[in-house]
Design a protein around this ligand. Structure first.
Ligand code: SAM
Ligand code: TMP
Ligand code: ZN
Length: 404
């Protein structure tokens, strides 16, 4: 297996065993049909990109029934709306600006752009969520973005001022095609802005559940700068984001067009100091993860033996890795509560725990709730104050197993 960015040699540092497609929630009775793959992750010795060693075919993940909705969190809605305002006030403030969003999902960000009457296009292969975006007045192309798609968009709509992708670029193994597509699409002086979970946060917090089929790459400033330069781009800005357990928003421009901000050199230096791309750091991460698994399984087993009731909260894609790596099933977690309509009434992939709507969580409250959507902890704990008041306890497993 060679690096998907530079063909360099990959060194595996963690293995989560056989895993299902993380967002493939199963219809009860249909469990024989599940697709499994080997989830392991490695570091490229040449370009330091951290990546999965096996790729799941994209049509197995992103299709008509893809359940994830960007609008499922109030904090994320605010996050995308404030970015839309920022784009409108800066990069999109010229004459007849045009923005393309890759993986626009249900149109949460582009809705604001559409309301401002600014030319835009969402490129979204998952038909169900693309329809939701269209219903909000967002112009959507139901397609995978790649070099060929970019050429068609450029021919039909002309060059873009901004190409933007949130939690999408790290999902796409075929990066050569993507970056050559972005180069085709972007006008001179335009920017490519993308935000994804940050390797530095994953290593620091041992948030191993960020590793699942859809998350193919785990970016750092160092690996992104190298990837950008292979395609004539430069990393000109980085911004750390608190969302989704710690992300970085990267800005690329064509080399020579913009001067990199001091934040780029600062983050590169911080990465070197923390050694986030050192094999020894990544091996230590894997050891910490294995200890965390043993602690979580021991806790859940003890609670079951004591007769406590434990529910899961948030049927996240991330939870697939935790449940299948730890071997947690319905004997340890009765059901998982989730607000997403397309997940309710189904079973979690591989582990087959029922998913129910949020009303089931309070009827009656469990003794413990295992917070799989820990990246939305503040929002969820505020909303579910009555659970704690009723004597309930949250179980968190990142950065370590603890009760709150
Ligand atoms: N941008 C949204 C957000 O941050 O909430 C959605 C993120 S969702 C985790 C990833 C999205 O990327 C999915 O809606 C998926 O269909 C889309 N996607 C996957 N491959 C893509 C590709 N090649 N081009 C455009 N979108 C893609
Ligand atoms: P995410 O961590 O990938 O954003 O997924 C969050 C999941 O948790 C998603 O399926 C929606 C669900 N969720 C709830 O059930 N209740 C909530 O209050 C929030 C914020 C999310
Ligand atoms: Zn490489």
């Amino acid at each position: 297996m060679a690096c998907r960015i530079c063909s360099g040699r990959l060194h595996q540092f963690a293995d989560f065993g056989s895993q299902p497609v993380s967002d493939a929630f199963v219809t009860p009775g249909d469990t024989a049909e599940e697709y499994f793959f080997r989830l392991s992750v490695g570091l490229c010795e040449s370009c330091s990109m951290v990546q999965l060693l096996e790729e799941v075919p994209r049509e197995r993940m992103f299709h008509e029934g893809y359940p994830y909705l960007s609008s499922g969190s109030a904090v994320m809605r605010e996050h995308f709306w404030s970015l839309a305002e920022r784009f409108l006030a800066t990069e999109l403030s010229g004459a007849d600006p045009f923005v393309v969003e890759l993986g626009c999902n249900d149109g949460t960000m582009l809705q604001r752009v559409a309301e401002a009457g600014v030319r835009h296009l969402g490129v979204e292969p998952s038909g169900g969520v693309a329809d939701l975006a269209a219903a909000k007045g967002v112009r959507v192309r139901k397609d995978f973005f790649e070099a060929a798609t970019a050429a068609v968009i450029r021919a039909e709509d002309g060059p873009a001022d901004v190409v933007y992708a949130a939690n999408t670029l790290c999902h796409i193994p075929y990066m050569d095609s993507i970056l050559s597509g972005v180069a085709t699409l972007l006008r001179p002086g335009g920017v490519f802005v993308f935000e994804d979970p940050y390797l530095g946060d994953i290593v620091e917090r041992a948030s191993y559940d960020q590793i699942y089929d859809e998350h193919f790459y785990f970016f750092s400033a160092r690996s992104v700068r190298g990837m950008a330069r292979r395609h004539g781009f430069e990393l000109v800005d980085v911004e750390r984001l608190p969302v989704h357990g710690g992300e970085v928003r990267y800005t690329l421009a064509r080399r020579g067009e913009r001067t990199p901000s001091p934040a780029v050199a600062e983050l590169l230096a911080a990465e070197d100091a923390a050694g986030i791309s050192d094999p020894a750091t990544l091996r230590a991460f894997a050891e910490r993860v294995a200890r965390g698994r043993d602690e979580l399984v021991a806790l859940l087993t003890r609670l079951r033996d004591e007769g406590a009731r434990v529910y899961g909260y948030g049927a996240t894609a991330k939870s697939a890795t935790v449940l299948n790596y730890c071997g947690i099933g319905p004997d340890l977690v009765t059901f998982v509560s989730d607000t997403t309509p397309a997940k309710q009434g189904r079973l979690t992939p591989g582990s087959h725990i029922p998913v129910r709507g949020p009303e089931a969580f309070a009827d009656p409250y469990p003794d413990y709730a295992l917070l799989f959507a820990w990246n939305h902890a503040e929002e969820i704990m505020a909303k579910e104050e009555a659970f704690r008041e009723a004597g309930g306890t949250w179980i968190l497993y990142v950065p370590e197993v603890r009760l709150v």
